[in-house]
Design a protein around this ligand. Structure first.
Ligand SMILES: [Zn+2]
Length: 128
C-alpha cells in the first residue's frame, strides 16, 4: 500500500509524486523518492521557497509526451518541478554545483527543471 500522506521531509508528502497514478508501482521505488526528496528539501530551504512538482513517478503503462522509453521517472528516480518564486536558472545552477553528478535539464519555455538521481552526469535540452 502507498500512504499518500506519508511525510517524507518537512515540505514533501509521498502523494505529491503520483500525478499520473500508481500503476506498475514497486515498493523498492520508495527509496528513490526519499533520496529525491532530501535533495528537493535542500533546494527549498536554500531558496526559502515552495516546490511545485509537475511530474514524479511515471507508470510505464502511461504514455507521456516527450517521455523517454527508459526514463528515470519510471523508477521514481526523477522529478520535474519548479519553485514558486525562484528563477529556474538559479535552481539549475544550484543543483549543477551541489548535485552535479546526476541527470539535470531545464525547460525555460515550460518553466521546469528535470532532476534525477542516476549517479552519473547527464545534461540535455528540451525543445518545449
Ligand atoms: Zn523529467
Amino acid at each position: 500500500m502507498i500512504n499518500f500522506k506519508q511525510q517524507l521531509t518537512k515540505n514533501f508528502k509521498l502523494g505529491e509524486f503520483f500525478l499520473l497514478g500508481t500503476a506498475d508501482w514497486k515498493p523498492e521505488y520508495l527509496e528513490n523518492i526519499k533520496k529525491l526528496c532530501a535533495i528537493l528539501q535542500d533546494v527549498c530551504d536554500h531558496f526559502d521557497d515552495h516546490c511545485i512538482i509537475t511530474d514524479g513517478y511515471r507508470p510505464v503503462s502511461v504514455k507521456v509526451k516527450g517521455g523517454a522509453k527508459f526514463s528515470q521517472h519510471l523508477t521514481a528516480s526523477a522529478v520535474d518541478f519548479h519553485l514558486q518564486k525562484t528563477d529556474i536558472r538559479k535552481v539549475y545552477n544550484y543543483l549543477n554545483e551541489k548535485y552535479g553528478n546526476n541527470g539535470l535539464a531545464m525547460s525555460i519555455l515550460s518553466n521546469f527543471i528535470h532532476f534525477d538521481i542516476r549517479g552519473t552526469k547527464a545534461r540535455w535540452a528540451y525543445n518545449y
